[in-house]
Design a protein around this ligand. Structure first.
Ligand code: ADP
Ligand code: GLC
Length: 489
């Protein structure tokens, strides 16, 4: 009997994993992509830090290895368990580094943990050990798949290990976060002094986890084709455009998918009334429920704009603030959910106070409300200054809530701008604008309200969005092809 071919094995390293620990889209991608890769034939294992949410959320765990201290990183244990999706997990148990309440990167008041270099240095070091010939476990991943700066140093460790090595891939979800620390961190992390060079982990007199990954990983991907091109320019490259452009033959843009089961208006347990492409009028019930829940005046004859976002400069929410009064005068309503920068939180809260019944703002993270806004709003605002991929514009298309978005990064790749021509060919799914100015956003809002008033045209846009395939299948296939190419080279 011939043996079945071995499955391509992947160690997927991540600092966020939905539903256990999440600050943004990386958590969603880390939960969904490994499942899609497994369906495409890969054998995938997740490697994550043992934050309290992970230790408590993953029930059955067994200890599979122990590691001594290295540099200033304490000794740790490796536990094996399973994600709720069924994907096997390896968890780094190190209470001194991860056993604390707060976020994955910051304490409860929003200040970075002072030992983040050690916290994510350990994750990177163990990723490299587990993927190499020095692993104490029998598994030998062929691909080490890292994500963002928090696992960016793993390819650097690998580089300095002698002997058997896997191929390494670093996916850039966001170039704005780089993991930059003082130069002396290199020795605290047990890396050789030789690593601290411009042809290594050095970046303008300090060490950079992300730069390390961009330099040492065999291949780089980012989460949309347009962002892959943008990050090679000074406007979007955050100082890394030169390196990225030199590595462009090893840089691929692969669009994210979304979890089409969790984000489906036909079965979404969070929403007031299920609906689908053939039952669009039922969406109105969700609008009414959202207006009631958020304290907006209940009025189905006004267009309702939704926002769900981290409050950071990236997301261009200052543009929404600048346009808010004109938006209300359209007339229209605005429902905002988000958390982050204090100034933005206060500005939105003041706006809601000044315009009661017309603008509603909830500060905080609320999964249920996020689904209710997608289902209840008529249009979705996403004026991001840059957006590597973005997930909400895809969710909103699935929910018949056309996005109004800045034509940048993944937004440009996933939204088809409304025009007479795209409407005629039934491809229009939203409204794009550029540049990222309040005037351009206002223009797009006015355009969108105009089309919303024309129910027949608006329905075509909703239906085209709802019919699009944003599932992970195609993207997982692209990752599989890339893995195979990397192994063959
Ligand atoms: P980013 O990762 O840059 O924040 P994405 O659009 O890729 O942007 O992903 C954001 C994810 O986080 C989406 O799943 C979105 O619904 C969710 N999200 C962001 N802010 C909130 C919030 N305040 N409450 C609930 N979900 C949120
Ligand atoms: C980052 C980006 C976002 C992307 C997400 C998942 O947080 O800001 O655009 O969708 O990662 O890849």
């Amino acid at each position: 009997m011939s043996k079945a071919p071995a499955r391509l094995s992947v160690l997927f390293v991540t600092s966020e994993l939905a539903p256990l620990i999440k600050t943004g889209g990386l958590a969603d991608v880390s939960a969904a992509l490994p499942v899609a890769l497994a369906a495409a034939g890969a054998e995938v294992r997740l490697l994550v830090p043992g934050y309290p949410a992970v230790m408590e959320g993953v029930r059955a765990k067994s200890r599979v290895a122990s590691f001594p201290a290295l540099g200033d990183m304490p000794a740790s244990q490796l536990l094996a368990g399973k994600h709720s999706s069924g994907v096997p997990m390896l968890i780094v148990d190190c209470p001194a580094l991860y056993g604390r309440t707060g976020g994955p990167y910051q304490d409860a008041s929003g200040v970075d943990w002072p030992d983040n270099a050690l916290r994510f240095g350990l994750l990177c070091y163990l990723a490299a050990v587990l993927a190499s010939g020095r692993s104490p476990l029998p598994l030998r991943p062929q691909i080490l798949h890292c994500n963002d700066w928090q696992s960016g140093l793993a390819p650097a460790y690998l580089h300095f290990f002698p002997g058997e090595r896997p191929r390494s891939l670093l996916t850039i979800h966001n170039l704005a976060y780089q993991g930059i620390f003082p130069a002396e961190t290199v020795s605290r992390l047990g890396l050789p002094a030789a690593a601290y060079s411009p042809e290594g982990v050095e970046f303008y007199g300090r060490m950079s986890f992300l730069k390390a990954g961009l330099h040492y990983a065999d291949h780089l991907t980012t989460v949309s084709p347009t962002y892959a091109a943008e990050i090679q320019t000074a406007e979007f490259g955050f100082g890394l455009e030169g390196l990225l452009s030199r590595r462009r033959s090893h840089l691929t843009g692969i669009l994210n998918g979304v979890d089409v089961d969790a984000w489906d208006p036909e079965t979404d347990p969070y929403i007031a009334r299920y609906y689908g492409v053939n039952r669009l009028p039922a969406k109105q019930e969700n609008k009414r429920a959202l207006q009631e829940r958020m304290g907006l005046s209940v009025d189905l004859d006004l267009p309702l704009f939704g926002v769900i976002s981290r409050f950071t400069p990236q997301k261009g929410l200052d543009l929404v603030l600048a346009c808010a009064r004109e938006l209300i005068a359209a007339p229209a309503q605005l429902a905002v959910l988000g958390t982050g920068d204090r100034d933005l939180q206060e500005a939105f809260q003041q706006l809601a106070k000044a315009l009661p019944g017309k603008v509603a703002v909830q500060i905080g993270y609320d999964e249920g409300l996020a689904h209710q806004i997608e289902a209840g709003a008529d249009l979705f605002l996403m004026p991001s200054r840059f957006e590597p991929c973005g997930l909400n514009q895809m969710y909103s298309q699935r929910y018949g809530t056309p996005p109004v978005a800045h034509a940048v990064g993944g937004l440009a790749d996933t939204v088809v701008d409304y025009s007479a021509a795209t409407l005629a060919e039934r491809s229009a799914t939203g409204f794009l604008f550029q540049p990222a100015t309040a005037e351009a956003l206002q223009g797009a809002i006015t355009r969108a309200v105009g089309v919303w008033e024309d129910t027949k045209a608006f329905r075509l846009i909703q239906k085209a969005g709802m019919a699009r395939d944003f599932s992970w299948d195609a993207s997982a296939e692209r990752y599989m092809e890339l893995y195979r190419t990397m192994l063959a080279s």
